[in-house]
Design a protein around this ligand. Structure first.
Ligand code: ZN
Length: 436
């Protein structure tokens, strides 16, 4: 396995929309065809298909040799979104010296300090008019050049900065995109402003054609290996794209196998904001897809679907917190995963994770069969941890499964760190899961 495949995918997936586009292209290259929710599906054994939702979630599947009512679905789920800053409408603020800064909104719970003084670029989607008002046309965009940055206040104006300073998104986090004379900025404003002009020029359209946009800032430094022996890799958005791409690797590597069960790779959006959208894990989007696949095997679709759920298993893959050498006191004394220690089973007594003894046993056995060691994450008993999409999804589909991930440092930083070997081990287990 080559870690550069993952690093390249991370670099091309600069936001939720671009992550789905990266996944889509890889799936298309492997013979997966797109199904449209609004049209009739023609599904047969061995068929490779995918659907997207909102351009920001994607669900790929390979139809099994047997009915899902007999052999179930094998599902790997992950999420496409990561904490970032989204550009508001009417975002540009013209200040002294002609400085133009952007009014932004925080998406998810990022570590805001890590965003200062880095080259930032802009990606997302813009909408232009289509055939009629109800069908606007979506254009994906990624500028891929450093057009913005968030300059930090000098230490001389805040001597206590290293003792900890609260940050306001509205005051402290506004990115700068350049400075312009009054006349020049008037001319740009008449074209729609700096951001719309940059995006329109990139797309080869006129700024006036842009009806709406969903654009975010992203850190531009490329993903790279790190450490004396290149044992780590660092990038933005490792949570949770590293898991989405481990699932993709497993799907592609096993695509030519004819298996009894139907394999699904489900990459939802909006995990970082609670999953409560039509493209998030709290929506019925995956359940509906499973119903339609089950229905293709029988006229009695509902019965077929209910039986299929009973035979299914889901690996809910979302990264975990690695033990940090500087903060031992934050971790559970006997269950703290380390980078390089293999995939992590996540357990929580209050059911923030979907893992139960049965789900964990299944995953451990898969690790055994794949020749991969695994480890546990449990919160320090006095520290409230995070949650993920596994248990949210079970409110839509009563699936058995496990919450797992790779152990990473600096979760939700603009540059997170994970282990190269852990990624390879995870792909091995996922492949084992998809082999039957
Ligand atoms: Zn995550």
């Amino acid at each position: 396995m080559d870690i550069n495949r993952l690093l390249n995918w991370l670099d091309s997936s600069t936001c939720n929309f671009l992550a789905v586009e990266t996944l889509r292209k890889e799936l298309e290259a492997a013979g997966f065809t797109r199904l449209l929710p609004g049209e009739e599906w023609k599904i047969s054994k061995g068929g490779r298909h995918y659907i997207t939702k909102n351009d920001s979630a994607i669900f790929a599947f390979i139809v099994g040799e047997k009915s899902p009512a007999e052999s179930g679905f094998r599902i790997i789920s992950a999420h496409s979104d990561s904490p970032c800053f989204k550009i508001k409408p009417n975002a540009e603020i013209y200040g002294d010296g002609g400085v133009v800064s952007l009014n932004v909104e925080k998406y998810g719970g990022g570590i805001m300090y890590t965003w200062f003084d880095r080259p930032l670029s802009i990606s997302g989607r813009v909408m232009t008019a289509g055939e009629d008002a109800l069908h606007p046309v979506c254009h994906l965009v990624d500028l891929k050049v450093p057009v913005a940055f968030i300059p930090h206040l000098a230490i001389h104006f805040n001597r206590g900065v290293n003792e900890g300073t609260p940050l306001s998104v509205q005051k402290d986090m506004k990115p700068v995109v350049g400075f312009y004379s009054k006349e020049d900025y008037e001319a740009i404003k008449n074209r729609g402003g700096v951001v719309k002009s940059l995006v329109a020029d990139h797309l080869g359209i006129s700024p006036a054609e842009i009806l709406e946009y969903e654009l975010c800032l992203y850190p531009l430094e490329p993903a790279a290996t790190a450490g004396a022996s290149n044992e780590y890799f660092q990038s933005a958005r490792i949570d949770d794209l590293s898991m989405a791409y481990a699932g993709l690797e497993a799907m592609l590597a096993t695509a030519d196998l004819r298996t009894d069960s139907t394999r699904i790779l489900a990459v939802f959006d909006n995990e970082e904001t609670g999953s409560g959208t039509k493209q998030g894990a709290a929506s019925p989007v995956l359940a509906e897809m499973m119903q339609r696949i089950s229905g293709a095997f029988s006229n009695n679709g509902n019965e077929e679907y209910f039986r299929s759920v009973a035979h299914s298993f889901m690996i809910s893959a979302d990264d975990a917190h690695a033990w940090h050498p500087n903060y031992n006191e934050k971790y559970d004394p006997t269950n703290h995963p380390v980078i390089g220690g293999g995939p992590v089973i996540k357990i929580n007594a209050n059911c923030k994770y979907m893992t139960d003894a049965e789900g964990a046993a299944v995953f451990r056995q898969l690790c055994n069969e794949a020749g991969v060691k695994c480890q546990y994450f449990v919160n320090h008993s006095d520290v409230a941890g995070g949650s993920t999409l596994g248990n949210i999804l079970t409110s839509q589909i009563p699936l058995s499964g496990v919450d797992m991930g790779c152990a990473i440092w600096a979760m939700h930083s603009a540059r997170e760190t994970a282990g190269v070997a852990d990624h390879f081990s995870t792909v091995k287990v996922f492949k084992r899961f998809f082999e039957d």
